[in-house]
Write a protein that binds this ligand. Structure first.
Ligand SMILES: [Zn+2]
Ligand SMILES: [Zn+2]
Length: 147
């Protein structure tokens, strides 16, 4: 069982699954959360139980970000494109065994003062190519006129 919460404990989640992906996102919006980047663990949305849902900010037409309006913690990220919800690694209970970061994404926006570790993880300027394809397909489907 993996459990997590925001800093004040109001937003809480749990899951019986293991993360499908662990990714560090270096985009400018993640930096605005207050750190050099945000690290996320992705779980199938149906396997992540919210004990108390986060507040949501629709950052773009294809994603929203979950946060706690009381303490300000960045808690989650959900793309409408896929059935995965990402939670920030920092909100997962300390001591939880987790895989290492498998990919660094949005390196084109990386803070110049961050030095990436020699961790063998994938490195991408934006999203990884698999997600770019899914996103493009999702956009095409949305733009198709309804008959
Ligand atoms: Zn909170
Ligand atoms: Zn980001």
């Amino acid at each position: 069982m993996i459990k997590g919460s925001c800093a004040c404990g109001r937003v809480q989640y749990q899951t019986q699954s293991q993360p499908r992906t662990v990714t560090a996102c270096h985009c400018g919006t993640c930096q605005k959360a207050g750190g050099p980047f945000l690290a996320f663990a992705g779980f199938p949305t149906s396997e992540l139980q919210w004990i108390h849902q986060p507040d949501l900010w629709a950052r773009s037409d294809f994603a929203d970000r979950g946060y706690c309006k009381v303490c300000g913690s960045s808690v989650s990220m959900r793309y409408y494109v896929e059935d995965i919800t990402y939670v920030t690694l920092g909100t997962i209970e300390p001591g939880t065994a987790l895989p290492r970061i498998g990919a660094h994404i949005f390196l084109k926006e990386k803070a110049p003062w961050v030095v990436l570790p020699d961790d063998g993880a994938e490195r991408w300027d934006g999203f990884g190519p698999g997600f770019e394809k899914e996103l493009a397909q999702w956009r095409r489907q949305r733009l198709r006129p309804k008959l």
